[in-house]
Design a protein. Structure first.
Length: 197
């Protein structure tokens, strides 16, 4: 093993490059054209489901949460600010939906290695081992740290956007992401060396 968390393991998925169009569609939804919500759903379904899965939700829970997010988007459409970034607002709602879900389940989260972060394999056997170790390391991170890494690395959100979702200063997000990455690396290395964390 390399002794370092391979950077390719943390490469985010391609973003949905429709920010301006999303804003326009959401403004139409606000104006009563709720059919436009279908386009937003189709565009953001996969990344939003991936967000929930990477945070440890089961596939069934992730599906339910995606549905809940879009119900909430419709319910709280009046709170959307025209000219804002729809995805930031959507992840703010998604985060609250997930926290409500966790509260109802009293914090029980089923982490499933099958839905762990993926990456491009260099050597198939080594890649499988590294992916398994990364999934275990992610599962051992505190929920708030795992959420930060998912938002920053997989959802490709900028620090400013994460700060808006979490309601904290951008500088604090930079520090927290750095610390979470360092902790993830330490856990990964410990697991790689056969140690318990």
């Amino acid at each position: 093993m390399s002794g370092v968390v391979p950077i390719t393991m943390l490469v985010p998925r391609p973003p949905a490059a429709h920010a301006d169009e999303d804003d326009t569609l959401m403004c139409r939804v606000q104006s009563g054209d709720v059919q436009q919500l279908g386009t937003l759903f189709e565009r953001h379904y996969a990344p939003l489901r991936g967000y929930f899965l990477r945070l440890g939700c089961t596939p069934a829970a992730a599906e339910d949460l995606v549905q809940d997010v879009f119900v909430r988007i419709l319910k709280y459409k009046a709170t959307y600010r025209s000219g804002g970034k729809f995805s930031t607002w959507m992840y703010y709602i998604a985060r609250n939906a997930r926290l409500d879900h966790l509260h109802k389940r009293r914090g029980e989260v089923d982490w499933d290695d099958a839905y762990a972060p993926s990456f491009e394999p260099r050597d198939h056997a080594q890649a499988q081992q590294e992916q398994r170790l990364l999934a275990q390391a992610m599962a051992r991170l505190a929920d708030d740290k795992r959420e930060l890494l998912v938002l920053a690395r997989y959802q490709e959100m900028k620090y400013e956007e994460i700060a808006a979702v979490l309601g904290v200063e951008t500088g604090a997000i930079k520090v927290r992401v750095h610390r979470a990455m360092r902790e993830l690396r330490d856990i990964f290395l410990s697991l790689e060396q056969g140690g318990a964390v």
